[in-house]
Design a protein around this ligand. Structure first.
Ligand code: ZN
Length: 340
């Protein structure tokens, strides 16, 4: 009952990279960097286990950014001539690389961290990849001519890596699609199709994470503009419920998402965000258990997975660790409360 998991990323230790940054510079190079990534991956696996997290991740310790970690392994992208682009419907502007030719994987993307993680934990292991729509919203296209076509091209590459991750022993493969909360019509027109392409042939558990973003200022300002009820999920959950994706990871605690929208995910496991990543205040276990109780009105008990609202990459390490403990303690309390 209530197996706990995290959305994906965890803070990088100060000896690996700059701390409390979304896009941190590495503090090592060459072999020393490879060793530091490995050490940080092992460290976070053990921290998650010790804290009581049931389905663990590599904490994305080997990538600088959740999208670009994948793009770096793709041929057909020009990183030298970046162009300015509005991202998430102009919520931020960024200098982004351009797709200039047919896309192809140079080789494996995440083999080393997946194999290290698999070797160091016997718990269920989840691995995260950026979703096709979110990738498309993070690069400029000078070749494919349509967002849907570009998404399908990326989905094919994601599928290649996902199959290899499954062979490495990964139990859950999750695609991060924050862009689903912004381009709701595209989700229905081609977003789900692209996800289906990305999971083709997988027999492991598949998940999609859809959130309102990390706790950075641009996102806090955007959330403030969304009104008293955030209804984005209402438009996309029916399509997700009808999809072949097994699990949906969503934001819940401290968000303005009406609880009843969780009821639209019938037939899916729901990874309910019971830990806020936009504040350093650590949730008391009672509050975590209360949030689980709220979700239980709409999510069947065997389908509810307490989780974090989003990744914890830009947080302080000590705060993130305290929040992992709160997640596990809150889930334990909820088990007591809801045991038959
Ligand atoms: Zn997120």
């Amino acid at each position: 009952m209530f197996p706990t998991t995290v959305a994906g990323s965890l803070p990088k230790p100060g000896w690996l990279a700059e701390t409390t940054r979304l896009w941190p510079a590495w503090r090592q190079q060459g072999d020393a960097l490879a060793e530091a990534k490995r050490d940080a991956t092992v460290l976070w696996l053990k921290e998650q286990e010790q804290a009581g997290v049931d389905i663990v991740t590599d904490g994305e310790q080997s990538r600088q950014h959740f999208v670009h970690g994948f793009l770096e392994a793709v041929e057909g992208i020009d990183f030298e001539h970046k162009v300015k682009m509005g991202i998430r419907n102009d919520r931020y502007e960024a200098m982004v690389p351009q797709v200039t030719g047919p896309l192809r994987l140079k080789g494996r993307v995440h083999a080393s961290e997946a194999r290290i993680a698999r070797a160091y934990t016997t718990r269920k292991l989840k691995f995260t990849l950026p979703g096709p729509m979110t990738i498309v919203d993070t690069v400029a296209d000078a070749h494919y001519g349509s967002r849907a076509k570009l998404a399908m091209a990326f989905a094919e590459l994601l599928n290649q890596e996902a199959r290899a991750l499954q062979d490495d022993g990964v139990d859950v493969i999750q695609f991060d699609e924050p862009a689903f909360n912004v381009f709701m019509d595209d989700v229905k027109e081609w977003g789900i199709d692209a996800l289906h392409r990305a999971i083709e042939g997988l027999s492991c558990t598949t998940a999609v994470h859809i959130c309102y973003g990390y706790g950075i200022q641009a996102n806090i300002d955007w959330k403030a503009s969304l009104g008293s009820e955030w209804r984005q999920y209402e438009e996309i959950f029916p399509a997700l419920a009808a999809s072949r994706i097994d699990q949906v990871s969503i934001e819940c605690v401290h968000s303005q998402v009406p609880d009843r929208l969780m009821g639209l995910l019938e037939g899916k496991d729901v990874l309910v965000g019971v830990i806020d990543v936009a504040t350093d205040a650590v949730e008391p276990p009672e509050q975590v258990a209360d949030t689980i109780g709220r979700a239980l009105r709409y999510v069947p008990v065997n389908r509810l997975y307490p989780c974090t609202n989003c990744g914890m990459a830009p947080m302080r390490r000590d705060v993130a660790l305290a929040k992992l403990r709160a997640l596990a303690a809150g889930a334990a309390l909820a088990r007591e409360r809801h045991a038959r």
